[in-house]
Design a protein around this ligand. Sequence first.
Ligand code: GLY
Length: 360
Amino acid sequence: MNMHGSITRRNFFKSASAIGAGALIGHEVSSPSQLMAQADGASKPVVIASKNGLQATAKAMTLIQEGADALDAVIAGVNLVEDDPNENSVGLGGLPNEEGIVELDASVMHGPTGRGGCVASLRNIKNPSKVAKVLMERTDHVLIVGEGALRFARAHGFKEENLLTEESRQAWLRWKENLSTTDDWLPPHDIETKGIGMNRGPAYRNHGTINCNAVDLRGGISGCTSTSGLSYKIPGRVGDSPILGAGLYVDNEVGAAGSTGRGEANLLACSSVMVVEFMRQGKSPEEACLQACQRIVDQTKMKRLLDEQGRPKFDVVFYAINKRGQFGAGALWSGERFTVNTGEKDSRQLEMPFLFKRGA
Ligand code: GLY
């Protein structure tokens, strides 16, 4: 154990695979390593995504098998999630900032041409991933934010719409009404009501995001990350998703990695580029993801972010693929899942390898 009470670098791969790797959800059981073994050898198409990526990975793999470029495929997959009003962490229906306004972040990276595009704090446009791709293709810039990003999207014909669904507005209002005991916003209550107006802290905040990465039939590697970011954030807050190197990174000779979870922790570690570099050094995608998780643990020193055993109270999750079509993922905490499609059967969800078991 190190000073945080966590497992050491030497041991964590062993314990992660012993505890965490493995069960297939909804279909037959198989482990990530079995599936990776199937994908061993020559470059094979693969799509990996966060747990909200079942439809996205299926769509992306269908397009890849029809000959599509990996970037077009992952963006088409992510667009399904951005367009879904019931997915409250991405695109339309995403949870808003503290003023009740939805602000979206996204990044794309195209391995074969070594290009990328990102937008942050984009309002009124439900597909920030598409805007990021247009930025990559039609400008000399890599990152554009806020009002400038909205004007850029308008100039390229993107349709503006209100992204706040009734469900997300009501969730935001519940959050605001329960924010603290010192402001004037209270939920409906009567003389007997207890426990309202208490700041319930980060457990009630949402960092949901989609990351989707793919290898196509030509061995081209690309990725996309899209999010409405931390729910009820300070307006203008930007997480890791639209920052290349943090929420997404692609190197066409090595692989791709992306993240979901607490963006602030990942911005301080720049872990997606780290995952790709670990794979370049010979680590498997799973080993690289878990090593990046361990780096976040090692770099988290503020006590307010640590539990009694010195472990981060938050989670960060990484998803990675390499040039050969091998895939893997890793999280700080147990209980997560990721999605994969190797083109041989339907998209499937796998339990995520992890560093710490919840409740232990
Ligand atoms: N990982 C998404 C965010 O923190 O905004």
